[in-house]
Design a protein around this ligand. Structure first.
Ligand code: ADP
Ligand code: MG
Length: 299
């Protein structure tokens, strides 16, 4: 393509809310035959909500949520924020008349959850790994509740108090309404779709099934996402990565084309070659189509 064609291409992209950071991105985009999708916030809406709670201890829901919210109030993770929102209603706390108990020794364990001391009890909120790493036994009841949540494409979150499981929460973050259709269009364009996520295998598989994605990698640390991209490149694919989170940035950089969701974190947007300003999955296809038009016009 001539420099003029590339300029026209990036200009057309800009008018449609597809920000292309240079001709190289457009050139790589026209050859893409595999797309790696992040799950949370990319294929899913990214605004999780607590939809169920099960208690395993003799305590009120209100007391339980006081502990949980006190531990999560310092978390930056969307799941942490969802739990605090839910707790506000359940524990009926508010900053003025009914404040949360103080939490000390707060630790955010990346990809696993949080820990803190609240009212002299050690509390942990997070996934199975967090509990297993701290030698906390998970009862059959709790395992069942986790499995049920995962089958419904929800994420099960465990809560421990002083080393014993006190409750399980189910958090729902549904698929974006057009995700399935976009994956099917990509299929018809002979572009393979793969999903990578830090979430557990059960939930990841359920979401992938709903989206029509066959290849899934779950419980992936940020570096594992980038390694997957590089593996696909070694097998001959030209790879686009689509993501929104800090933990997607190594993969966005590694990919032939990194595409960031506009509503995502600044770090992801900086790491990407193309920014989908409207945060629509449809704009992935618009970007690739534009690249194809630009690079087939003159060659
Ligand atoms: P992703 O954003 O791709 O779902 P993360 O690596 O951020 O993955 O988190 C992986 C898992 O760790 C989450 O699905 C959740 O089970 C657990 N987790 C992370 N942060 C928190 C938190 N603040 N509270 C509870 N669980 C959490
Ligand atoms: Mg994400």
């Amino acid at each position: 393509a001539t420099p003029t064609a590339v300029m026209v291409g990036t200009g057309v992209g800009a008018t449609q809310g597809v920000l292309i950071k240079g001709g190289k991105a457009l050139e790589s985009a026209h050859k893409v035959n595999c797309i790696v999708f992040d799950k949370t916030g990319t294929l899913t809406v990214g605004k999780p909500v607590v939809v169920a709670t099960k208690l395993f201890k003799n305590m009120s829901l209100q007391d339980f949520y006081q502990f949980v919210a006190a531990a999560e109030v310092n978390s930056e993770h969307p799941i942490g924020k969802a739990i605090v929102e839910h707790a506000k209603k359940t524990a009926e706390y508010n900053e003025q008349n009914h404040p949360l108990p103080e939490a000390s020794h707060f630790v955010s364990v990346s990809g696993h959850g949080v820990r803190a001391i609240v009212k002299n009890k050690e509390i942990m909120v997070g996934n199975k790994k967090l509990m297993l790493d701290h030698n906390i036994g998970i009862s059959v009841d709790a395992v069942e509740m986790l499995a049920e949540a995962e089958n419904r494409a929800q994420t099960g979150i465990l809560v421990s108090l002083d080393g014993e499981i006190a409750g399980v929460l189910a958090v729902s973050d549904p698929l974006k309404p057009d995700a399935k259709q976009i994956i099917s269009i990509l299929n018809s364009m002979k572009i393979r779709s793969i999903m990578v996520t830090g979430d557990n295998w059960g939930t990841a598989n359920s979401i992938a099934r709903q989206a029509g994605i066959e290849t899934v990698i779950a419980e992936a640390q940020p570096e594992a996402k980038a390694i997957k991209v590089k593996d696909l490149q070694s097998s001959g694919y030209t790879v686009a990565m689509v993501g929104d989170g800090i933990n997607d940035s190594p993969a966005l950089v590694a990919a032939d084309v990194g595409m960031a969701i506009g509503a995502g974190t600044d770090i992801a947007i900086e790491a990407a070659d193309i920014v989908l300003m409207k945060s629509n999955l449809e704009d992935i296809i618009i970007a690739i189509d534009l690249a194809k038009k630009t690079f087939s016009r003159i060659g």
